[in-house]
Design a protein around this ligand. Structure first.
Ligand SMILES: [Zn+2]
Length: 258
């Protein structure tokens, strides 16, 4: 079902601890979308792109898939839209430049864990300001994508403004170039109740991960320590608490097909 027109941004607030991983796992195990053929996703001589609004989204949205492809000797290309420099406002532990450098390093370590040699392009769009640069971002993405390519990015209704703007920019670029777009919920697992009918289940597909790819994804997520640890200088809780990570460590990844 497509989201209904009463589905506003106020319904997609990321606050509190969100729906539990156990609730989602229970519902998804009973309603698992059909498995997608990952060889078909990355075949046809095209490139598979993973477009991440922030450093860590490449693993949150497709870490298992990256590991599965690497097992087959294939590599996706990752695009880092921002360097994630806005995740710790007013922090003395994480001044903006140090944070951006640390987050770039975290992505490098995570990709080395999952799929060594993965090509990575950084676009340097301001973190927190993707919507303002959406048109320019779409043009830059369109210059990368080809007509036989497959693009994975965050869902246009994921709830985080940068995730939604990146989803829209990828959709425009894919339309322009004829590439195939899969959108992936990341923060939707937080704000949506398990089985929420506003999510587009009729076009959902699953990527079964297997134990090795799932473990590789888990180890890759441990690299993002700027996000998984509290900030003593501001008293802020982790940006990515254990509860959020658990929601993204099911033995499958869920994508919304075009
Ligand atoms: Zn993000």
């Amino acid at each position: 079902m497509e989201p209904v027109n009463t589905f506003t941004e106020h319904d997609r607030l990321i606050q509190g601890s969100g729906t539990t991983a156990a609730d989602w796992r229970h519902w998804l195990d009973a309603h698992l979308p059909p498995a997608v053929d990952i060889d078909a996703l990355s075949a046809a001589h095209g490139t598979l792109w993973v477009v991440a609004p922030h450093p860590d989204d490449e693993v949150l949205l497709a870490g298992g898939l990256l590991a599965l492809l690497a097992q087959r000797g294939r590599l996706a290309h990752v695009v880092a839209v921002t360097d994630g420099e806005a995740s710790h406002p007013r922090s003395t532990r994480w001044p903006v430049d140090a944070l951006a450098a640390a987050r770039r390093e975290e992505t490098a370590r995570a990709l080395a864990q999952l799929a060594p040699g993965t090509p990575l392009q950084r676009l340097g769009v301001p973190d927190g300001g993707v919507a303002k640069h959406e048109r320019d971002l779409a043009i830059r993405l369109a210059s990368l994508f080809g007509p036989r390519d497959v693009v994975l990015t965050t869902w246009r209704l994921d709830g985080h403004p940068d995730h939604e703007a990146t989803g829209r920019a990828c959709a425009s670029a894919c339309r322009l170039r004829g590439a195939r777009l899969y959108e992936v919920p990341v923060w939707a697992w937080h704000w949506a109740p398990a089985g929420d009918p506003r999510l587009p289940w009729t076009r959902a597909v699953s990527v079964p991960l297997g134990a090795q790819a799932l473990e590789s994804k888990r180890l890759a997520l441990l690299q993002y320590t700027s996000q998984t640890e509290p900030d003593p200088s501001t008293g802020a809780s982790p940006v990515l608490p254990g509860t959020a990570i658990a929601r993204l460590l099911h033995p499958y990844e869920i994508l919304f097909s075009p």
